[in-house]
Design a protein around this ligand. Sequence first.
Ligand code: ASP
Length: 427
Amino acid sequence: MKVFKFGGASVKDAQAVRNVGNILQAYQDEKILMIVSAMGKTTNALERMASGYFYDIPENKEVLNQSIDFHLNICQELFGEQGDCGKEIEKDFLDIPHLIEQHKESGYDLVYDQVVSLGEWASTKIVSTYLNQLGLGTHWLDVIQCVKTDAIHREATVNWEKTEKEIQNSVVPLFESKNFVMTQGFTGQTDDGLITTLGREGSDYSAAIFSYCLDAENMTVWKDVEGILNADPRKFKQVTKLDRISYKEAIEMTYYGAKVIHPKTIKPLQNKSIPLHVKSFLEPSEKGTIISDLSEENYPPIVVVEPEQTLLHISTKDFSFVAEHHLSHLFASFAQQKIKVNMMRNTAISFSVCVTHREKRIQELLEQLQKEFNIEKNEGLELITIRYYTPAIIEQLKQDKIVVMEERIKNTIQMVVKTISIPKQIN
Ligand code: ASP
């Protein structure tokens, strides 16, 4: 049994859905559990609808009809009519304002999950109907039957014990009558029957949950790139595809901010040594990248750039040393404000920390700490991490930049940088 995950870009329009059908023709004789994301940018549209109706923002409400039309057009192109799934989608989307009203008292995060999960629901309805029409027998499975979570809405934690039992009970029998089973990613259900989500881009993680619980032979994430690259092709001209990487390297890359795969995906796979393939849905016969126990001996330099960084220089007011009790107090405050610490350094009387910029959270942190500490803030920075660095690549990446903090550990260099804006010549 294999697990496939098709992301939003792979089902962004009717042509893309047909392409998914073509890919699957080659796997007709295999048992495949498929996770399919919301189509194109539907999750963003549903986020706008949720806030539009919850907070009464008129321009966000407009997205509702656009999103219905988007799905109905795809149905029309694929089936020559709206079909039953088009009608169901229209009915459920039109019900969104009522759904929000019904849950309003429980707060925004709970409402968000009930609304945003409709994107995966709609796409799996369309894609599974299409595959069945092609003759590729596919069961549609409601994921909430299987993935059980706590009630932390928008960031739910999976209850592995219950989930494993439910997946075994619901999925395994389905494979007796058809080779393909399709379900939704990103979503789960609380003990009270409410829908939860696992965090944006969480479908990779959902696929890993199913892979783990079904002891899959392997898992494949189908993407619009040829595999895992050593740098972001939107930022760098010359990039190299990595043929093989270890689970450890994949975890390191996601930790430093590489958007290759959802960070939680690797652990369940590594625990059962299930290889993860990252392949292009545009060139499905190409090898892509394999993430597994086996690693490449020599990695090329791997570059990750994290924008929107802020550096905080924190020093004691009385010139006393920054001691352990200060640090524990500071970290408790970062955790409380949910501020992500990406790099840090301390000297005798100061502590410098590079954090992801979140205006409101940082403001609250400063208010909390300024009685005890002097704090200087430096915004508009980038954090560049290079694994397996060479002197040449460091020099290249430093061009037009001022390095404000730097740290080297084995195999890895991190630089917090500010881009120098070159003043225009006045003639
Ligand atoms: N549709 C969700 C999102 O865009 C989950 C996913 O596709 O991974 O975040």
